[in-house]
Design a binder for this molecule. Structure first.
Ligand code: 5GP
Length: 120
């Protein structure tokens, strides 16, 4: 069972502008900003505006419109950074065992370098 959404999580505070972040992209459904501890030349986090703990919570409970809007936003962020031809990587950690530390759904977008095969 997914934990209830905690509106004091760091990404909720970023969405409310209580914690500063550099806005890279924003639309009705999503907000994107650089990861504070980048693991690639470009490391962006894309988050839905709605209160979803994880990919599991989002995929189970979000409306079709929210899901479509969020997925389209992730694509927009990649296109905006001209990542399509060189390629890029998307990653979502789900739950503590999956390496998720912040309990607001986020998709990691890595690019602007050769990423090679997935190792873990
Ligand atoms: P997770 O491990 O939950 O998939 O990823 C959480 C990510 O959020 C980590 O890569 C971490 O560096 C990033 N992060 C944590 N706190 C902040 C913050 O306050 N601002 C930004 N921009 N990134 C953060």
């Amino acid at each position: 069972a997914t934990q209830p959404y905690d509106d004091q999580n760091v990404f909720a505070k970023i969405l409310r502008r209580e914690i500063p972040s550099t806005k890279l992209y924003e639309d009705e459904w999503a907000y994107a900003f650089p990861d504070i501890n980048p693991q690639a030349t470009l490391h962006v986090l894309v988050i839905p505006k709605g209160p979803y703990v994880s990919w599991d919570d989002f995929s189970a409970k979000a409306s079709d419109q929210e899901i479509a809007g969020f997925i389209r936003a992730v694509g927009n962020v990649a296109r905006m950074h001209d990542l399509v031809e060189p390629g890029y990587r998307l990653l979502a950690n789900v739950g503590p065992h999956g390496g998720q530390e912040v309990p607001h759904l986020h998709v990691h977008l890595f690019g602007q370098q050769f990423l090679g095969p997935m190792i873990a």
